[in-house]
Design a protein. Sequence first.
Length: 146
Amino acid sequence: MTINRQLANAVSKITIALLVLFTLLRAPASSWASGMQENQLLQQTATLVTPKLDDKISIYSQPNTRKRRIGYGIEGDTVTVLEKVGSNAGITWNHIRFDNPPYADGWVQDKFLLLPTNTQKQQPSGRNGNRYLGNQKTNTQNRSKF
């Protein structure tokens, strides 16, 4: 009988510990990027860049290419980088806001940004968005919209 009671107490303690752990893991995060490595808040101006002038740069609702694309930007759009994060996959993401109306915001991979300290362009992933979110007034008539 004593062994059964000890076993029941051990199972009860383990169950409580697992419930506490599960509750802590399910707690809401303060931002989409708070669970990512190298989370860094910024307020820095940057420019969107592409290897080809007419490429569209996908802007995502969250820092993940499997999440919804909310639109796109093009070469030369100026943005403010609000937050920079590194993912477990080794991709650096930037939470950006376009500098002119409609002041859209979203997430873009680091390789599509030219920051004052980031002077090298990298190759894009080749994915296209559906709506132009940028701020350039020239050559936007032929761009696709939602």
